[in-house]
Design a protein. Structure first.
Lengths: 295, 722
């Protein structure tokens, strides 16, 4: 059975919707059997294609191709010349991003997309189709434009890709986590499009051992992990913003902790784990004598 | 075990009838058929890495020589109208293996389970002259090892933590309006990681040991939602629990074998992270109103707690006699809560105008009962009848933002916005309240169908109430960067150029400054600059080529003053430290079908080099006025430069013997060179301190992987670069 035949069978199973008979609509069969046979065959293998072409649940879905691309009768009758009113989603589409996105959110404005409108990406004229390709399966999940989430996001966020080349980073190259592990690119009620209500709440999803509460709390740790860490990757150990002890010295002066030289007497302050040689529980201590995070 | 699994799956592949898949497709299933894909073979190193140099190379991955099982996938779609069932596995012969199992019917339900192991190797060069028995109890012989014994001590097994997340996800769409989702995550963390153990700080010794890791996280989430085109409601509840099977780690003091009141304990003991729990509930809603107006609101509340029993106040038996004479708290009864409220509105009253507003409130409160220890023990060495009270650190954060965007036809859009943020902190912090104001402008230009340009400018100023200066011996003129007054400015450009649908360029550039105008000491300023670009060319579905490059520069200066009880404000003891980070990153990929249906080639090459310097000087001249020792201690010295260079590259050629069977030859290079004077070649015994000596070593690995793929497109071609 060829893929095209599958498309035809799939379409044959779709009841003809009233909407398809409306003026201006040609019906998806006109698209898939005339000029766009290969596209339709690939679309049928996607999750959205299966819903639209095999099991539509609403009048809109029964419109098939025209549910998203708009009425195509004039386009068909002109032999493909007339693009008036057609909504196109290609990278160099002339259809404004806002108009393209309205097509998508008429169904998808829920769950993770609840906050799309007025989100940073929407305000920056990002189109859903800049990141998603619903016409073919490029990625294993989420119908992305690129094989992985990171490859998709770094189309624009190139600096984040560079940060993933730092000596201290999270395992995104290994695909053990994704940009979407921490961020919801569709919009979020939280800052920085985070998936949880604060930086710390997001980090605790995996680093649950840092959640506490602890007997002795370190104030900048309680407020934001990003006071000290650069989670997208750093040239410093432990994804820190600065190497210790300079990092710690941005808040604590070096009295009693000489770090000026590299002599043997000062090694514990500069070498190895630096400040954390002794202040081992810097994220919080539950030891009755751990007020200085040394226990 | 692995070999048996490979053979079993290979046998299954021979029994089941394959079906041709589209070259672009990763999820093809033919109704009524089971479709199987496999990719297995062998790996040999042409340039291998010594076992002691594997630490950085295997930080998050496992690349052994020998049998390779890149992956398998099996799909089953019983009927055309029925659901799909699928199963995949990756890196099956390796430490970072993963398995996925799922079923779905698009638009109706999805069910999935996976196990995706994440190794994290900290070191392969750790040494110790002691033993660990039982786990978490680091012992030393009596008499204690001398320096030469430490430095010639045997290597430990790799210091590594394994994360084993197993997750179950069920989602259903019973109607067009309802979405239901439930998730359960079981995350097991096991292994060990380096940790310090101080025996008297400051001034005396410490020892680096391994912390045992045996933690389990249970995370349950349910989230039903109801949506119509006009309004949407969503609710979620999450319960998370951490179980930590090790309450503490103990280590013998390398400098003494008996407990004394003055020199401290023969054995130190650190408390490890306590088990904890959290309940989080979220209610969110959105409504669409006329004039393309949309209102959304969210309330998220979280309650965290922990009540693990405290370990003894000291492991010093001499001091313990004194401690035992008082009544001590036995556990924290920790109770912290967060509340987040978010309200947002956006409207397009006329076609060219978009108005948006946002208000967000985040509150962190600590409801833990006040707890006071009537005595104080410092590192098992000193005991005093000084009270030590736990301070709570509540804070709240309010943010508001308004913006207006005007579209000038299809060509341009100008957005003006204004943000405000207020922090209110506990009195124990330096500043009770800070307010930051951040106006911004953004210009979007769309020139026909080939150029999208976005330029943004933002500025900001943060001012706080009076800065409460530090007491005791801290520099009172130091201003902490998270609360200090600051001025910010940032300018960014992003251009997306698509001359044709097959050719695209992205260019970016940005500069940013942050100044701390009221900080006489502390962080003074930060500067950032980035410029870069990428190009992608895909003239046909059979060819793709891309390159990218970024240059990043970060500089910052912090100042302070070396202080001593007799030299509290010596101007020559001032030091300034300039930090400079310069990073070049280059990347490229190629995907080409050389002979359709027969021969394909491709790969990815990345390169980065980062140089980081810390140059510390005494801006007011050579320190004078104190003793020779004090002056020397105040004399600033630059640190040796930090560098790292990483080159991961992987190139492959794939020959398709038949439509189902292909041979892939892949050559990979992974080279890392780094310099960090703080850990490079660090001897276990350095001064009076004991380190594990666990530095990351440079490596240069090159290897050849040959795999036989059966029904390869089903597995997907999006391989990671390494």
């Amino acid at each position: 059975m060829t893929a095209a035949a599958g498309v035809a069978l799939g379409l044959a199973a779709v009841p003809l919707a009233r909407a398809q008979q409306a003026a201006g609509y040609a019906g998806s069969q006109e698209c898939t059997t005339a000029c766009h046979e290969q596209e339709a065959a690939r679309f049928l293998r996607t999750p959205m294609g299966r819903v639209f072409l095999e099991g539509p649940r609403s009048d809109l879905e029964r419109q098939g191709c025209e549910a998203c691309h708009g009425p195509g009768k004039a386009h068909v009758e002109s032999g493909g010349e007339d693009m008036t009113g057609m909504i196109r989603f290609a990278r160099n589409s002339t259809t404004p991003a806002d108009e393209r996105n309205r097509v998508c959110i008429q169904c998808h404005e829920k769950t993770a997309r609840l906050y799309w409108q007025a989100s940073p990406h929407e305000a920056s004229e990002v189109a859903c189709s800049d990141c998603h390709n619903v016409m073919t399966n490029v990625s294993e999940r989420a119908n992305l434009q690129k094989p992985t989430v990171m490859a998709t996001c770094t189309q624009c966020h190139l600096q984040r890709q560079s940060q993933q080349m730092r000596s201290s980073r999270m395992p995104l190259w290994e695909q053990k986590m994704q940009c979407s592990s921490c961020h919801n690119p569709h919009g979020s009620p939280n800052e920085k499009l985070l998936v949880a209500s604060s930086v710390n709440e997001t980090c605790y999803n995996c680093h649950t051992e840092k959640r506490g509460p602890f007997l002795w709390e370190h104030p900048p740790v309680v407020e934001s992990c990003s006071n000290c860490h650069e989670p997208h990757g750093s040239t410093k150990e432990k994804m820190l913003k600065l190497p210790k002890p300079r990092l710690c010295q941005q808040c604590h002066d070096p009295t009693r902790h000489p770090t000026r030289s590299l002599g043997p007497a000062d090694t514990k302050y500069v070498m190895g784990r630096q400040c954390a040689n002794c202040h081992t529980m810097i994220h919080g201590s539950n030891h009755p004598s751990g007020f200085a995070f040394t226990r | 075990m692995h070999r048996a699994l490979v053979l079993a799956l290979a046998g299954m592949a021979l029994i089941l009838e394959p079906r041709v898949a589209s070259a672009q497709d990763t999820t093809t299933t033919i109704p009524g058929r089971v479709t199987v894909g496999l990719d297995a073979g062998g790996r040999v190193f042409t340039k291998s890495v010594d076992s002691v140099d594997l630490g950085k190379f295997e930080e998050y991955k496992h690349v052994p020589s020998g049998l390779v099982f890149q992956g398998f996938r099996a799909d089953w779609r019983p009927t055309a109208a029925g659901p799909d069932f699928w199963m995949t596995g990756r890196q099956l012969a390796e430490r970072d293996k993963s398995f996925w199992l799922g079923a779905r019917k698009p638009g109706q339900f999805t069910a999935m389970a996976f196990w995706d192991r994440i190794p994290h190797t900290f070191s392969t060069t750790g040494q110790s002259a002691g033993t660990e028995a039982p786990i978490g109890r680091h012992k030393l012989p009596d008499p204690r090892p001398d320096t030469s014994t430490w430095n010639s001590s045997p290597l430990l097994s790799p210091i590594r933590t394994m994360w084993d997340p197993v997750k179950f996800v069920v989602g259903a769409t019973p109607s067009e309006h309802w979405n239901l989702r439930a998730e359960y995550l079981w995350l097991d963390k096991s292994g060990e990681r380096p940790v310090g153990m101080s025996f008297g700080s400051p001034g005396t010794n410490h020892r680096e040991v391994t912390e045992p890791i045996d933690q389990t996280v249970h995370d349950l989430r349910v989230s039903p939602s109801y949506a119509t085109r006009q309004y949407q409601l969503s609710f979620s509840y999450a319960y998370s629990r951490l179980v930590n099977n090790y309450a503490s780690v103990s280590a013998d003091n390398p400098l003494q074998t008996v407990d004394t009141r003055t020199a401290g304990a023969a054995t130190g003991r650190d408390a490890l992270t306590p088990g904890n729990f959290a309940h989080t509930a979220m209610l969110a809603g959105g409504v669409n109103l006329p004039s393309r107006t949309r209102l959304t609101g969210t309330v998220t509340m979280s309650w965290r707690g922990q009540d693990e029993p405290f370990i003894p106040m000291t492991s010093n038996s001499v001091l313990a006699d004194s401690v035992e004479t008082v009544t001590l708290p036995t556990s924290l009864q920790g109770d912290t809560r967060t509340t987040m409220v978010n309200l947002r509105a956006t409207s397009r009253p006329t076609t060219p105008l978009t108005l948006s507003g946002l208000y967000r409130h985040f509150d962190f409160s600590d409801e833990t009962p006040e707890i006071t220890f009537p005595v104080r023990v410092v590192n098992d060495r000193t005991f005093s009848r000084t009270e030590e009270t736990r301070h709570t650190l509540p804070y709240s954060r309010d943010q508001a933002d308004v913006s207006a965007a005007w579209r000038f036809g299809p060509l341009a859009k100008l957005t003006a916005g204004y943000g405000w943020e207020r922090w209110e902190r506990a009195e124990i912090r330096n500043v009770d309240e800070t307010n930051e104001h951040s106006p911004r402008l953004a210009l979007d230009v769309t020139a026909k169908d080939w150029l999208h340009f976005r330029g943004t400018w933002s500025t900001g100023w943060r001012r706080g109430t009076e800065y409460e200066e530090e007491q005791e011996v801290q520099n009172p003129k130091m201003r902490r960067f998270d609360q200090a007054d600051r001025d910010r400015e940032r300018f960014d450009l992003l251009a997306d150029i698509t001359p044709t649908g097959q050719l695209g360029f992205t260019l970016l550039g940005g500069v940013g400054t942050i100044d701390y105008p009221e900080s006489e000491y502390g962080l003074q300023y930060e500067r950032t600059a980035v410029v870069g670009g990428s190009a992608d060319w895909s003239p046909s579905p059979r060819f793709g080529l891309g390159v990218s490059y970024t240059y990043e520069a970060f500089t910052a200066t912090q100042t302070d003053q070396t202080r001593d009880p007799t030299q509290l404000d010596n101007p020559t003891y001032v030091w300034a430290s300039d930090h400079s980070d310069f990073i070049n990153t280059l990347g490229g990929y190629l995907d080409a079908v050389l002979i359709p249906g027969r021969l394909a080639a491709g790969g990815r090459v990345d390169w980065t080099r980062a140089e980081f310097t810390v140059v510390t000087v005494n801006p007011n001249g050579t320190p004078t006025g104190g003793t020779a020792g004090q002056n020397d201690g105040a004399t600033a010295k630059p640190w040796p430069q930090f560098t790292h260079e990483w080159v991961p590259a992987s190139l492959f050629v794939r020959y398709s013997v038949t439509t189902q069977v292909a041979v892939t030859v892949q050559y990979s290079i992974d080279r890392f060179e780094g310099e960090d004077f703080r850990t490079d070649g660090l001897q276990p015994a350095t001064g009076t301190d004991i380190y594990l000596g666990n530095d990351y070593r440079n490596y240069n690995a090159q290897w050849l992987t040959i795999t036989l793929s059966y029904h390869l497109p089903l597995i997907g071609t999006g391989r990671p670069p390494l």
